[in-house]
Design a protein around this ligand. Structure first.
Ligand SMILES: C[S@@+](CC[C@H](N)C(=O)[O-])C[C@H]1O[C@@H](n2cnc3c(N)ncnc32)[C@H](O)[C@@H]1O
Length: 347
């Protein structure tokens, strides 16, 4: 019995200790084009795969062994096919694929997260030293590198695009006329909201280099007349005027409690009576036991993004919203560990 128990724990230990290898195996499957190849031509042999990918047979064997034992490929006799996860999530171009997220993890987060233990000791984002520049946040440093900034924004879009559909579908925007998306990134959220709500006017309030990307996306789309950008720093510049709702979408996870309180108070001051504040992101359970998404997301904010954020609990956000002056605070639980908290400025 004890042997069985130990074996099960040992299996779990493999998962914990081999995480870096698992991750690189998945990335290698994407980067070599293996999953794309098997999507086009399922049932190839080792030799055929090696030949088509332009690799030697031995490294191809290692890659196939890794992907098969991780459940990403299925092997029958001598032939390989994509498993469910690989075919749904790891093939470029398949709707809902996570390839941009993997690219972000690999090119931006991976090396930086090796500094996690140091970040715990220093209580700041020491992982930032992997990126040139002197600015205190990842977002500002990315402005020096257009390639990395695009990788970052595409990953955010990929993360947000599914979640945003939940926001647009379940959030109540019926009384909103002008929504400002604070830290709205490349405009994906507001584009989706504008598509679903024909009377909604939207503004992305983000750093200048990011607003350029959002503006380009708006001009290419069908709602250019209703969408715009406002370049600035949400802490040091005034919030745009004329909004009756401020949305903080995957944004308050970045900052400290004190900074979030400041942002919510600033939103309260800038809103007319009846105006709303909306917080939409992954939520940590009030009992602090998870979910896993919150546990895995939080080290990124400490070690790299700003050194000041994490995935906070529902109750923390609700307290801050109330303390900022909002009333009728409500929470809406959504799939993918997401949630929407809304507060209203009473008239
Ligand atoms: C995690 S991304 C979220 C993007 C978008 N809201 C979404 O849900 O996909 C954070 C965004 O905040 C922006 N940002 C960071 N610091 C900012 C600041 N001080 N003022 C305004 N925007 C900022 C970044 O440029 C980035 O687009």
């Amino acid at each position: 019995m004890e042997g069985l128990l130990l074996r099960r724990h040992a299996q779990h230990m493999y998962l914990l200790m081999g995480g870096h290898i698992y991750f690189q195996t998945v990335c290698a499957g994407v980067q070599t084009g293996l999953f794309r190849l098997l999507d086009r031509e399922p049932g190839l042999t080792l030799a055929e795969i090696a030949e088509r990918l332009g690799l030697e047979e031995k490294p191809t064997r290692i890659l196939l062994l890794g992907c098969t034992s991780l459940g990403l490929l299925r092997k029958r006799r001598h032939r390989y096919r994509n498993g469910y996860l690989a075919s749904r999530l790891l093939v470029d171009g398949v709707p809902g694929n996570v390839v941009p997220i993997l690219r972000w993890q690999q090119e931006i987060n991976y090396r930086a997260l090796a500094h996690f233990p140091d970040a715990l000791a220093a209580n700041t984002n020491v992982g930032l030293e992997e990126f040139p520049g002197s600015e205190p946040t990842l977002y500002e440093r990315l402005a020096h590198d257009a390639r990395l900034e695009t990788i970052f924004q595409e990953a955010m879009e990929s993360i947000s695009v599914q979640a945003n559909q939940l926001l647009a579908r379940f959030g109540d925007f019926s009384s909103v006329r002008h929504l400002v998306d604070v830290g709205g990134g490349n405009g994906t959220n507001i584009l989706e909201l504008a598509r679903q709500h024909p009377y909604l006017q939207g503004t992305v309030f983000d750093l200048p280099s990011v607003c350029t990307i959002a503006q380009r996306n708006f001009q290419q789309g069908p709602h250019a007349d209703r969408l715009g950008t406002h370049a600035g720093n949400c802490f040091t510049d005034p919030f745009p005027e004329g909004a009756d709702a401020f949305l903080f979408c995957h944004f308050l996870t970045i900052w400290s409690e004190a900074e979030n309180r400041r942002l919510l108070e600033k939103a309260f001051q800038a809103l007319p009576s009846g105006g709303q504040v909306m917080i939409f992101n992954m939520m940590q359970a009030d009992d602090g036991r998870g979910p896993l998404s919150a546990a895995l997301g939080s080290p990124y904010f400490l070690t790299l993004a700003t050194g000041r954020g994490m995935l906070y609990t529902w109750s923390e956000y609700e307290h801050w919203v109330r303390d900022a002056g909002f009333q009728s605070v409500s929470r809406l639980r959504l799939p993918r560990d997401h949630g929407l908290i809304v507060g209203r400025k009473s008239g």
